[in-house]
Write a protein that binds this ligand. Structure first.
Ligand code: GS8
Length: 220
């Protein structure tokens, strides 16, 4: 459904960019993706469009920029209402926003704490990460997806972050599947969705990217 031009300032390993691409995929909206060189030099358009954080994703709708992936996914859901990503009931919508906020505040940082750490610190970072996943498993309960029977807002925010889990597993010496089987089953279900599979990076490549970042940061 066309409502003008959509451009994403993108980065292939960014889970935050992936959120935007999955949301657009769910809505059937076509877009242009422009890969940013985050290390060699950000584009003028990125610096001008996101002067505050200077990060991707930037979402340009008919040339007007929006930043921060959760804000962008919310905007996409309002501009292209079908199919809805948020539940119809106000209480369920508020619950979805609660878990979205929890995921935003906890998950990516917890993954980073594992791959940025060494020695005994890795063990406690790993335990904290598993604790967060168990809390998410509690929110999932017996449902197929966070929102119930259909893939929605919270799933779209959460599934991209899992593309970094393999790297966390390798550096942390554990397996999400062994620790949190229900979360792992949810991951597999989401990855079967075409809109996810199309933009989900190869976890092995993410691992190589993380290994490079560790070297750059003098961690090894
Ligand atoms: C996070 C974006 C982000 O971290 C969101 O959009 O939800 N809260 C934001 N983007 C990273 C790439 S992904 O790790 C980024 O652009 N980094 C470049 C930089 O920090 O200079």
């Amino acid at each position: 459904m066309s409502k003008g031009e959509v451009l994403i300032l993108d980065f292939c390993f960014s889970p935050f960019c992936m959120r935007v691409k999955i949301a657009l995929g769910e809505k059937g909206v076509e877009y242009e993706s422009r890969e940013e060189d985050l290390f060699g030099g950000k584009s003028e358009l990125l610096l001008k469009s996101n002067p505050i954080h200077q990060k991707v994703p930037v979402f340009l709708h008919n040339g007007k920029p929006l930043c921060e992936s959760t804000t962008i996914v919310t905007y996409i859901d309002e501009v292209w209402p079908s199919p809805p990503l948020l539940p119809a009931c106000a209480y369920d919508r508020a619950q979805a926003r609660f878990w979205a906020d929890f995921i935003d505040k906890k998950v990516f940082d917890a993954v980073g704490n594992i791959w940025r750490s060494q020695g005994t610190a890795t063990e406690s970072a790993k335990n904290e990460f598993i604790e967060i996943l168990k809390q998410l498993e509690g929110a999932l309960g017996e449902k197929h997806y966070f929102g119930g029977d259909s893939f929605g807002f919270v799933d779209i925010l959460a599934i991209p972050l899992t593309s970094w889990f393999y790297a966390a597993e390798k550096f942390g010496g554990f397996k999400v599947e062994d620790e949190c089987p229900k979360f792992s089953a949810w991951m597999k279900k989401c990855m079967q969705k075409e809109t996810v599979a199309k933009v989900y990076p190869d976890p092995e490549k993410v691992y190589e990217f993380v290994a490079m970042m560790r070297k750059m940061q003098g961690i090894e």
